[in-house]
Design a protein around this ligand. Sequence first.
Ligand SMILES: *Cc1c(COP(=O)(O)O)cnc(C)c1O
Length: 458
Amino acid sequence: MSAKIPYKTYLPESRMPKAWLNLKAFMPEDHAPFLNAATGKPCSAAELEGVFCGECVRQELNSTDKEIEIPEGIRSFYANFRPSPLVRAYFLERELDTPAEIYYKFEGNNTSGSHKLNSAIAQAYYAKEQGLKCLTTETGAGQWGTALAMACAFYGLDLKVFMVKTSYEQKPYRREVMRTYGASVTPSPSDTTNAGRQLLSRFPGTGGSLGCAIAEAVEEATRTPGCRYVLGSVLDHVLLHQTVIGLESKAVLDMYGVMPDTVIGCMGGGSNFGGLIAPYMAEKLQGANNIDFIGVEPASCPSMSRGRYAYDFCDSAKITPLAKMYTLGCGFMPSPDHAGGLRYHGMSPVVSKLYHDGYMRVEAVKQTEVFAAAERFARCEGILPAPESAHAIKVAVDEALKCRESGRKKVILFGLTGTGYFDMAAYKCFNDGTLKDYIPDEADLARGFSFLPSVKEQ
Ligand SMILES: *Cc1c(COP(=O)(O)O)cnc(C)c1O
């Protein structure tokens, strides 16, 4: 019956989501609140509004409304690149000779090349509505910076991007795309902020990290009038915006009577995964399904599978509030891994809580296996995947091969978050056979954990 679904399906305009899904309103228990590191007390909205846009703070703290309306101004921009296609991976199924049905939601069909535009456009819209003039942010692999540069260009806001130095050097064209959209781009750590200067003196010659770039961007935003900081993942309101991915996917699959057994996504800060699973997870939390949710992270930066569930700073300079999340410690310096967008020490508090409470599983995979899966996928499905997205491909392929072994027919849905055109240096290493698997040892992890702040939990 479901075999009749076309290769690609787009949700009809009349069924496009008009509201995001607030997963927190379905969770039996809210995750622990952000804490002010100085006082140890939960952060007030006013404190958060010094750093973030007002509407984003309201969304961040909202754990009661099940749906939050997507303003018309955002929906009209979404129409520029949404719906994104839901693809039945007929060619991959044939390649794997599996009885499994495999579907993926492809978020790479916009100039930023990833799902990040879903939240960038929302955050820029709210900044504009609030009368702000400028935004700052960090970017690792460059996708978030690009998405936000597009959004700021559209709404006429200035944007200053702190880009992790290794990516700044490895991906000069990504930097040029951001500048083309009008953003200014600074390699991080830089000597333009206190946080950057401190990091440089502690780790001379460091290639930087997302945590450090965040610290610089927050410092710049808080000292500049009319300016706020925006984050591309981790926070609850970003995850909220990413629920369009899951809402569109579920609406299309429902039209064809398809119900997934397994839903898989890669996890950097957890927003795309949280957004993809949201409508299905909301049902699971109400006892309406028993879907196997699998979050995939790199073995080089195993925040969930080997991290601690603890209060930690979101940045390495320890200037952000404390979040209760799975973390490797805010000073954890991940080894050079090519999936730049997944090299973050922490994880979304929502996803962390779901994992802690046993509603999902996590797998950590090695980058050589990830690139092998990426190429296998590219050769049959045609799309050149981002290395981050290929983490989900790797586990989807593994699950489909298990179906071949057992003869069990399963329905697998995974998130294909973006394209890999700016990652060809990484593909080159893989093709040349020089790509390495770095896996932190216990001493590396212990060093990271030594940065965890001691917090008395109420
Ligand atoms: C940023 C990024 C990710 C990680 O997304 P999170 O929502 O932070 O987990 C995955 N894939 C691509 C292509 C990205 O750009």
